[in-house]
Write a new protein. Structure first.
Length: 234
């Protein structure tokens, strides 16, 4: 069984409109609904769980009931951090779908609405074979490391640099094994699913992403998403 676990826990309203960015309209549907559609329609996905900020949970459920009245899509309250939300999503998936240790969770940002079916398929295949997988694109700009924020400390070779996207996927058993080995401090310092596996020297297979699979975080991103969705932004 393959379950999509969508992270939609943000509560900020920096993008405007008085609501978190995952609820902003994109081609007449909320962004997180467009993202969820990609997984509901995928032939290898058996169900979806969505982690959402408690204050917006009821509104999210109303939208899911409106757009997916018959699909196996469930919402749960997210946590204070991404790792807490991820843990809540895993718990919800286990409860709703009675998962087995070999089953795969495909985690994804709610505000990456242009994920492709190919990315989802390759994530499932890679996680099934290797235990964990992530989506990456090659860095097109030179990446530097700075210890001070004002001076360059290191300039790695660009050909070896990649930018992480989502989906990030894993077998349930492998995730639970890794989490059980990590301290609270280690868990709090990791910002995504792949980082958990990397901390324990587990193989994270790389799946090719795409520049269109960007995360909507700024007004510029939102405008680009509107253009990609074919909207009139005048």
């Amino acid at each position: 069984m393959n379950i999509a676990a969508i992270v939609a826990g943000g509560s900020g309203v920096r993008m405007g409109g008085g609501r978190p960015k995952q609820f902003l309209p994109l081609a007449e549907r909320p962004i997180f609904i467009r993202t969820t559609e990609r997984f509901v329609r995928h032939p290898l996905i058996d169900g979806v769980v969505i982690g959402m900020h408690p204050e917006w949970l009821q509104y999210g459920r109303e939208l899911v009931a409106q757009y997916f009245p018959e699909a196996p899509v469930y919402l749960t309250a997210g946590g204070a951090s991404r790792q807490e939300t991820l843990a809540a999503l895993v718990k919800s998936a286990k409860e709703q779908f009675h998962l087995k240790k070999e089953d795969v969770l495909v985690t994804h940002d709610a505000v990456r609405p242009f994920v492709t079916a190919s990315m989802i398929t390759k994530n499932i295949q890679a996680a099934t074979e290797y235990g964990a997988a992530g989506t990456f694109i090659a860095a097109t700009d030179t990446i530097v490391r700075s210890l001070t924020g004002s001076e360059v400390s290191e300039m790695p070779e660009r050909a070896q640099m990649f930018q992480a996207q989502t989906p990030q996927s894993f077998r349930l058993y492998d995730y639970e094994c890794v989490v059980s080995e990590l301290s609270k401090e280690e868990l709090s310092g990791v910002t995504d699913a792949c980082g958990l596996f990397f901390l324990r020297n587990r193989t994270v297979h790389m799946v090719p992403g795409d520049s269109t699979n960007f995360k909507i975080t700024r007004p510029f991103d939102y405008r680009m998403a509107q253009l990609l969705a074919g909207e009139n932004t005048d």
